[in-house]
Design a protein around this ligand. Structure first.
Ligand SMILES: [Zn+2]
Length: 82
């Protein structure tokens, strides 16, 4: 079985099978983890262990080509719950 869909982590730039990464979407200026997959909109992918670095570096603004830094509180909540 070949898996052609390869995604790149926005933090460490490593290419991965999407199952190894978390998909994030930008909804109303908030970074929302797309845990079920298939949410509409621009997606960004990263490793679970890279999420903290992304938050600290403000990587989401660049990843989503946003004009201002997106709100990551939802993402932080999800990470804390796991
Ligand atoms: Zn990574």
């Amino acid at each position: 079985m070949s898996i052609k869909a390869i995604r790149t982590c926005i933090v460490c730039r490593k290419s991965e099978n999407p199952s190894a990464l978390i998909r994030l979407t930008l909804v109303d200026g908030k970074v929302i983890p797309d845990l079920k997959g298939g949410a509409p909109g621009r997606g960004a992918w990263l490793h679970r262990e890279c999420a903290e670095s992304a938050i600290q570096r403000g990587s989401f603004k660049f990843a989503f080509k946003a004009t201002s830094a997106p709100d990551v509180s939802e993402l932080i909540n999800r990470l804390d719950n796991k």
